[in-house]
Design a protein around this ligand. Structure first.
Ligand SMILES: Cc1cc2nc3c(=O)[nH]c(=O)nc-3n(C[C@H](O)[C@H](O)[C@H](O)COP(=O)(O)O)c2cc1C
Length: 205
């Protein structure tokens, strides 16, 4: 009745794609970082969530590439400048978010490539993504390496220091309206989901 997969007997590629299809929809962090020369990077990460409200902590994970065990620019940038802006991703910026996931060389400004607009942050050096409905300025408290081989994650432990919310997504009580923020999530393969409209339902407390 159940197919059993033992990770020690499967390829990393197969485990990766299985987990991506089984665990979702996952929120997407559009992480904005900057290197020591001031080159700006933005990249999406769906190994991402919030884990604590006091202190407010978010974690995302740029993994070592499965194909050649190299590390991602986002991780290298954070090792140089330990700050990040986590920008939420809604349906309106899905295409630009996808462009920013391409493997551009480290010296390329990914705001330019993805046609997203940089906005200066207040408490950290990386720029915010102007089009993103919620922009979360964070200091990186710690990086936890989960392994040394291709596919190993690197947990970036981010402490939230300032949150910017576009007023257009608020309701009359100044709360975020799920129908207005229009968040999207990542599933397996090329699949994404919408977190609004007919996809929404409520469970009574
Ligand atoms: C929606 C989406 C989610 C992604 N999530 C992750 C992730 O959680 N971890 C990861 O290592 N790569 C993830 N990627 C791939 C990275 O975005 C991609 O490798 C990117 O080129 C990294 O850029 P960088 O080298 O500039 O940091 C994701 C891509 C997309 C489109």
């Amino acid at each position: 009745m159940f197919l059993k997969i033992d990770p020690s007997l499967a390829t990393t590629k197969d485990i990766h794609s299985l987990l991506l299809s089984a665990v979702g929809p996952r929120p997407i962090a559009l992480a904005s970082t900057i290197d020591k020369n001031g080159v700006r990077n933005i990249s999406p990460f769906s190994f991402f969530n919030v884990f604590s409200s006091n202190p407010p902590i978010a974690i995302f994970s740029p993994a070592r590439r499965v194909r050649n065990n190299t590390t991602k620019d986002t991780l290298e940038n954070i090792r140089e400048i330990n700050e990040v802006v986590i920008n939420s991703v809604n349906f309106d910026i899905a295409e630009q978010m996808y462009i920013s996931s391409k493997d551009f060389p480290k010296n390329i400004d990914e705001f330019d490539e993805s046609k997203l607009t940089p906005l200066e942050s207040i408490k950290v050096r990386p720029y915010r993504v102007s089009e993103s409905p919620v922009q979360i300025e964070c200091k990186v408290n710690d990086i936890i390496e989960l392994g040394k081989d291709g596919g190993a994650g690197n947990l970036i432990i981010c402490e939230v220091v300032l949150i910017h919310i576009n007023k257009n997504i608020l309701d009359e009580e100044n709360k975020i309206d799920q129908e207005k923020i229009k968040l999207i999530g990542r599933l397996g393969g090329d699949w994404y989901s919408k977190g609004y409209d007919k996809a929404l339902f409520k469970l009574k407390k």
